[in-house]
Design a protein around this ligand. Structure first.
Ligand code: AMP
Length: 145
């Protein structure tokens, strides 16, 4: 599969980006099609197509940098009242660029951003059943119990 994405070009300096943060592992820059003003993307410099390929330490760092950016957005001229994090993992989840990226989306009242969903009301037994299934899978995937 072709590992190329535009984000690899941004990391390499071959494509333009409006950068807001950079260190040896992580880069954050303005989304070129912001859903609200100040919409940022945080990416690992080492490409990973999906969460399953992403080094967990690097995943933690994406979140830490996202947390700092959320505070900066609130303190900046963006002047937001709230922030959403969003990460699309897989085509079905809406992923379009196959280089893991965390969206940091500033929110203001009436900005028009939202997730469409239809909450359901399963019985406790159904919640417990799936919880057990996921706990089992977590063990097999090497997670902590
Ligand atoms: P996703 O659907 O989560 O894969 O989102 C991909 C995001 O990358 C979209 O919000 C795009 O607007 C953004 N994007 C694509 N190309 C660029 C680029 N060259 N510079 C900045 N953002 C980009």
């Amino acid at each position: 599969m072709n590992p190329y994405t535009i984000f690899a070009d941004i990391v390499a300096g071959r494509a333009p980006a409006s950068k807001v943060y950079e260190d040896e592992d992580v880069l954050a820059f303005m989304d070129i099609r912001p859903v609200t003003p100040g919409h940022l993307l945080v990416i690992p410099k080492t490409p990973a197509r999906s969460l399953s390929e992403l080094d967990p330490e690097l995943g933690g760092k994406l979140f830490r940098v996202g947390q700092q950016l959320a505070a900066a957005l609130r303190a900046s001229e963006v002047g937001c009242d709230g922030v959403n994090f969003f990460l699309a993992d897989g085509v079905t989840a809406g992923q379009e660029v196959f280089h893991v990226h965390l969206h940091v989306i500033p929110r203001t009242p009436g900005d028009g951003f939202g997730l469409r969903a239809r909450p359901t009301h399963p019985a406790r037994a159904d919640l417990d059943y799936l919880a057990g299934s996921i706990r089992g899978a977590l063990g097999r995937a090497g997670g902590k119990d």
